[in-house]
Design a protein around this ligand. Structure first.
Ligand code: NAD
Length: 402
């Protein structure tokens, strides 16, 4: 699509922004014109690189008439206030996952977006990854029949990467479910059609020094007789990227020799504020953005069993095992990191076409996170009530009327 670049403002110039930066730099369809951030160092870096305006908080960004869309990249606990402020100012919103910390906040955010007639997109999430979209297109084609079962697994050192204190407190959105589970749940929901009906699960919170859930196994039941098993460990010593050809989550080759790197770096800091300071060395204005990736991003091994064949997702494409043959279908050409997320924003803002990953979609994924916690706590199967189908390309009902 050729169009006037979508004029973006960003709130929060931390790690998440760094991961989107290569895309912002590469995509001529978007232009960063303003930013809001409390740290002067990152505001100065933004002005030096993009020449736009910067503000100490979101108010100025919302009042900036040039800004059409706001990327909310602040910590989880600010998503609700920042999304609602942006919506009230009539800006479209891309909010990094998770949608919010609580279901109440998420519901209010979805309502605010609907009332304002703006697009609310939850991303980036790994459900936008090229091979996931490729798998979904093959499933939608009906060539392999209905999805019957999905297995998703990821073993990482997530819990031992540097964290802010609240990232280790479940009540404040800490732990692996809200930061990592959302990726896996999004992918599985997208491939199974979106409408999960119930959850059984177990979780592990095994490190008293980092007292939050670091692992889970969950079984999701879907309408239409599919089910999925999701397993995640953020305590891993085994790194499941070994099974992804040593391509890391962000699409870069990974050295098996770097074993234990996160735990070693963490061992060198002795207090929570020193750990938060270590995290801030990876933010905008302090560190470098990751180099361009050579492969698509991924979120660990995923196998989809369909009626007439199985799919295995990799960072380079899909292995397809049908009744009589197996084949490999290369993934779409890698344009630049997270191109699919930028596609979604441009299609929404310029074409009024919503991706699957709307605010209501993000709320449904958040509901599964809470259901996993509750199912593990109570030992029961938890019914889901906020699920929506994976419907991308839908026009925005209110924006359409504006
Ligand atoms: N999709 C991904 O790959 C990915 C990766 C990392 C983080 N995230 C998400 O991004 C969000 C931020 O996480 P992070 O790791 O970047 O954290 P971070 O601490 O690195 O960055 C957050 C930034 O927000 C700024 N900030 C804090 N309060 C603010 C406020 N009131 N107004 C404006 N700016 C404010 C901080 O100064 C900091 O620079 C989280 O919700 C996380 O889940 C997503």
């Amino acid at each position: 699509m050729t169009c006037d670049p979508v004029r973006f403002g960003v709130v929060g110039l931390g790690r998440a922004f760094m991961l989107m930066l290569p895309g912002f730099r590469a995509d001529p369809r978007v232009k960063l014109v303003a930013a809001a951030a409390p740290r002067e160092q990152s505001r100065n870096a933004f002005e030096a690189e993009f020449g736009g305006r910067t503000y100490a908080d979101i108010k100025g960004l919302c009042a900036d008439p040039e800004v059409e869309a706001i990327y909310v990249a602040t910590p989880h606990q600010f998503h609700c206030a920042h999304v609602i402020a942006a919506a009230k100012a009539g800006k479209h919103v891309l909010v990094d996952k998770p949608l919010s910390v609580s279901m109440e906040d998420g519901t209010a955010m979805v309502s605010a977006a609907r009332e304002a007639g703006i697009h609310l997109i939850v991303g980036p999430s790994h459900s936008f990854d090229g091979p996931v979209a490729q798998a979904r297109a093959l499933i939608d084609s009906g060539a392999l029949g209905r999805v019957r079962m999905i297995q998703a697994l990821n073993y990482t050192d997530f819990l031992y990467r540097p964290r802010r204190p609240e990232e280790l407190r479940t009540k404040e959105g800490g732990g692996v479910l809200f930061s990592q589970g959302v990726h896996q749940i999004d992918i599985v929901r997208l491939l199974a059609g979106g409408l999960a009906s119930s959850v059984t699960a177990m979780t592990g919170a095994w490190d008293p020094a980092r007292p939050t859930e670091g692992a889970y196994s969950a079984l999701l039941d879907f309408q239409g007789s599919a089910f999925a098993s999701l397993t995640y460990s953020g305590y891993a010593h085994f790194d499941s990227d070994e099974w992804m050809g040593w391509i890391g989550e962000l699409g870069h080759p990974k050295s098996p020799e770097a074993y234990g790197g996160a735990r070693k770096a963490l061992q060198a800091v002795d207090a929570a504020d020193a750990e938060a300071a270590l995290k801030s060395t990876r933010t905008y204005g302090a560190g470098e953005a990751p180099p361009a990736a050579s492969h698509h991003e991924h979120f660990g091994p995923i196998i989809v069993l369909c009626e007439r064949g199985d799919l295995r997702l990799t960072p380079t494409g899909l292995h397809v095992y049908d009744n009589f043959e197996k084949s490999f279908r290369p993934a779409p050409v890698l344009r630049f990191p997270r191109a699919e997320v930028f596609d979604a924003v441009v299609n929404a803002v310029r074409g009024n076409r919503a991706p699957a990953q709307t605010g209501a979609w993000g709320l449904a994924t958040l509901e599964v996170c809470y259901a996993i916690l509750e199912a593990a706590r109570t030992g029961t199967s938890v019914a889901l009530n906020h699920q929506i189908a994976a419907a991308d390309g839908a026009p925005h009902p209110i924006a359409e009327e504006r």
